[in-house]
Design a protein around this ligand. Structure first.
Ligand code: PLP
Length: 430
């Protein structure tokens, strides 16, 4: 059991906004004082550039910066800190891969495979790459329960041709219907930012690599890493990407973890300062990774402060984070059913073991934006829209939805306030 009262005290926003019911951590999480203080410490005490200066405050900044790389590497059990590349966010990590890796290995006639439940950041860069080089862009469908449709003999890629299946056990994957020898890249999310579905990533990767040992598998862990323990070596992926700001860290920092050998073989993404080794009039040479991918001055203070977010999560324990969210999700689903039976449709798996603390729903015939607006009037923060997952909303046959998401500072009272807010919505809009 998490002690939410004690946790909340460590998030200064609740002192400034005591009535805040923050249910939008899927968009970005709130920030603990320890992380904010570290950011201030950098700007107040050693706000020099990294790698360049030989004077003490620059050396201190460099040391702190590289310590975060070590802590991130340990947090996800990377082989070495050199496998951690700092980017601006998940979106940039994925674009980096589409440019530096995708444009090197994908050619006309090849295939890129992704899923219908992706955030646009893991959809559009690959769609554009496929169309540029003339590769096939295959999209794995979901079934009616919000699981990836990986178990059907006749997996269809066409959105108009959907088969519903009931087997949601992570057995008997039928990936041979999707992955072929021509598939160069399989890129998919660990947790859906709309359905909350936790995909059986380890099993999918293992199956995909059995069918095509040369396939590169990229995991978008933006919604997974804040909530569940990730061990990149155990997963067996080639690349895993995520953002600091969704896991209590500052904005402006993303992570790209990749296998050292693959990072070495990849082209740089951006060229300029920091990433070069030597520059002549007719040619340049580049540093080894990760620095080869970190052109220009990075978000120094933010990278430095990011480690405090990881320390905070470690102090709670990722297993307890997951357990807490499961409990809240269970409670919310039950109370929604009791209070609004037949009026609220919740998307995603009904089994809370298979989902994270994300509840996306539609409420009667009410427009999601109206629902969110009325809730906002009483300080309840939820999201309305397509949540950067338009193909998924098209598949679900809805233009938009309302999303409430839970994290370590939410408790049952927040769920109850949401329910009270929804009763008010009903009263106003009926
Ligand atoms: C699953 C998933 N992938 C990628 C992203 C993009 O993250 P960022 O905006 O930090 O680049 C998000 C953001 O919500 C997400 O939920």
């Amino acid at each position: 059991m998490l002690d939410i009262k004690t946790i909340k005290k460590q998030f200064p926003i609740f002192q400034n906004q005591p009535d805040l019911v923050y249910l939008d951590s899927t968009a970005t999480s709130l920030k603990p004082a320890s992380m904010i203080n570290k950011l201030t410490e950098y700007y107040e005490q050693y706000s020099a550039n990294v790698f360049r200066g030989i004077y003490p405050i620059s050396e201190k900044a460099t040391l702190e910066f590289e310590e975060t790389r070590n802590i991130v590497a340990k947090f996800i059990n990377a082989n070495k800190p050199e496998e951690i590349v700092f980017t601006r966010n998940t979106t940039e990590s994925l674009n980096l891969l589409a440019y530096s890796l995708g444009r090197k290995i994908v050619a006309s006639g090849d295939e890129i495979v992704t899923t219908i439940m992706e955030h646009h950041s893991n959809f559009v860069p690959w769609q554009v790459l496929a169309s540029e080089v003339g590769a096939a862009f295959k999209v794995i469908d979901i079934n009616e329960e919000g699981y990836l449709n990986l178990y059907n003999e006749n997996i269809k890629y066409q959105i108009s041709n959907i088969k519903s299946i009931t087997n949601n056990k992570f057995k008997n994957l039928k990936l041979e219907n999707v992955i072929t020898k021509k598939t160069k890249i399989l890129t998919l999310t660990y947790v859906s930012n709309v359905l909350g579905t936790i995909n059986p990533i380890k099993e999918i990767i293992s199956e995909a690599k059995k069918i095509n040992p040369k396939i590169i598998v990229i995991v978008d862990a933006a919604q997974a890493i804040p909530h569940i323990k990730i061990d990149v070596q155990d997963l067996g992926a080639d690349f895993v990407v995520f953002s600091s700001h969704k896991m209590l860290g500052p904005t402006g920092v993303g992570v790209l973890w990749g296998k050292e050998k693959l990072l070495k073989e990849m082209y740089p993404f951006m060229y300029g300062g920091e990433m070069i080794d030597e520059v002549y009039i007719d040619r340049s040479t580049f540093k080894e990774s990760p620095h080869k991918f970190e052109a220009g001055t990075p978000a120094i203070g933010e990278v430095i402060a990011f480690k405090e977010a990881i320390k905070f999560l470690n102090s709670i324990g990722m297993d307890r984070v997951k357990e807490h969210e499961k409990k809240l999700t269970n409670y919310a689903i039950k109370i929604f059913k009791k209070e609004f039976e037949g009026k609220i449709k919740i998307y995603g798996p009904t089994n809370v073991e298979d989902r994270c603390g994300i509840i996306t729903f539609t409420f009667d015939k009410f427009h999601p934006h109206d629902v969110a607006q009325i809730l906002a009037d009483t300080d309840i923060c939820v999201r309305a829209g397509h949540h950067c997952a338009m193909p998924l909303h098209t598949r679900l046959n809805i233009p938009a939805s309302v999303r409430a998401s839970f994290y370590i500072y939410n408790d049952e009272k927040d769920v109850e306030k949401l329910v009270e807010g929804l009763k008010k919505v009903k009263k106003i809009l009926s």
